[in-house]
Write a protein that binds this ligand. Structure first.
Ligand SMILES: NC(=O)C1=CN([C@@H]2O[C@H](COP(=O)(O)OP(=O)(O)OC[C@H]3O[C@@H](n4cnc5c(N)ncnc54)[C@H](OP(=O)(O)O)[C@@H]3O)[C@@H](O)[C@H]2O)C=CC1
Ligand SMILES: Cc1cn([C@H]2C[C@H](O)[C@@H](COP(=O)(O)OP(=O)(O)O[C@H]3O[C@@H](C)C(=O)[C@@H](O)[C@H]3O)O2)c(=O)[nH]c1=O
Ligand SMILES: [Mg+2]
Length: 302
């Protein structure tokens, strides 16, 4: 089975490439700029067709939440129009699409974890553009899995774990918001979940449970709790450490408004697709061991 994933350097794309590397039964081809540019819709079909995929994974996106407030048009072009083009190309090639979406489609007013049937109400441009992308994907290709995930980190790209480790190496204390709740999710786990889902509908041609799913790390916390566990994991590995001070969202002004509660329930994914992510703390430790190792391990040469 061959997967084509959009975006070449994204966290999910690189995690998928790594997960497939050790497997005979799956190949992952990353298709990104300049060949596939979501801001140039005419590039999408030819670039994906050339990869001859059995399944398309739509992971490329405009992901800068604050900057999206100032670049609304570009965010919608990439996350809505571009995502729709990717799903349309998959349909044209006769294959299903797994499209990544976000917890930020919700406003965070719910008391409890969001299920897939809950009403969406994004607070910012990024969330609104991703919600428009979900609709474009669903309209373009009936064989879609819209996979909402959240708070993604990995050994790759830019993410909260890397930011916290960097800040810890030059500060004694980091102030982090403690009133926004959610589910930290490792892109390495997302890659496993995607390969599991892809294998399911590659094997079962009559698979008919397409639709919206939530898939996040097991358990929940707030950004401060997430930061604190990153520090514990790093310290245990001999890496940098800082103490974490709880602050309120009002003490950390940002351009975009974020949901106070964006916890997602992965129960549908578990029930239908029979797969569940590891506890979020274990996954943080797995990623930290790679990031901290890189900085502290002596090289074999020299
Ligand atoms: N990061 C997170 O916390 C979360 C992410 N998601 C969603 O999951 C998916 C994967 O996220 P993640 O891997 O973290 O993303 P990253 O921010 O790590 O990577 C985004 C990728 O999109 C590519 N991209 C951006 N603009 C374009 C464009 N115009 N044309 C082609 N490619 C483009 C980038 O390309 P380049 O390498 O050239 O810059 C990059 O490869 C996204 O859909 C995101 O919305 C959902 C919840 C949380
Ligand atoms: C760096 C830093 C952030 N924060 C806060 C800001 C914010 O509320 C929270 C997380 O910061 P980030 O900039 O990583 O957050 P953000 O970019 O909003 O992360 C989001 O990205 C998009 C793509 C998604 O889809 C979401 O699921 C989510 O992961 O922590 C602090 O309180 N202290 C700090 O030192
Ligand atoms: Mg392989």
């Amino acid at each position: 089975m061959r997967l084509a994933v959009t975006g070449r350097e994204g966290q999910v794309a690189l995690s998928l490439i790594e997960a497939a590397r050790g497997r005979e039964d799956v190949e992952v081809v990353a298709v990104g700029r300049p060949a596939l540019d979501l801001a140039r819709p005419e590039t999408v079909f030819p670039a994906l067709a050339a990869a001859r995929p059995d399944i398309v994974v739509s992971a490329a996106a405009y992901t800068n939440v604050d900057q999206a407030e100032d670049e609304k048009e570009l965010a919608f072009t990439v996350n809505a129009t571009g995502a729709g083009k990717v799903a349309e190309a998959a349909a044209g090639l006769g294959v299903p699409v797994i499209h990544l979406s976000t917890d930020y489609v919700f406003d965070g007013a719910k008391d409890g974890a969001y299920v897939v049937t809950d009403a969406t109400a994004p607070l910012g441009v990024y969330g609104a553009s991703k919600l428009a992308g979900e609709k474009a994907v669903a309209a373009a290709n009936p064989r879609h899995l819209i996979l909402r995930t959240a708070w993604v980190y990995s050994p790759f790209g830019k993410n909260f774990v890397k930011t916290m480790l960097r800040l810890a190496s030059d500060r004694d204390e980091i102030s982090v918001v403690a009133d926004q709740w959610g589910n930290p999710t490792s892109a390495l786990d997302i890659a496993d979940a995607i390969l599991h889902a892809a294998a399911t509908f590659d094997r079962d041609k009559a698979f008919d449970a397409f639709g919206v799913y939530h898939l996040v790390g097991t358990g929940e916390t707030n950004w401060s709790g997430f930061a604190r566990h990153i520090m514990e994991a790093s310290q245990a590995l001999g890496g940098p450490h800082a103490s974490v001070r709880d602050i309120a969202t009002t003490d950390y002004p940002t351009k975009a408004k974020r949901p106070p509660n964006s916890r997602l329930s992965s129960v549908k994914f578990k029930d239908v697709l029979q797969w569940r992510a590891p506890p979020w703390r274990a996954s943080v430790e797995a990623v930290a061991s790679r990031l901290v190792g890189v900085a502290t391990k002596p090289t074999m040469s020299a």
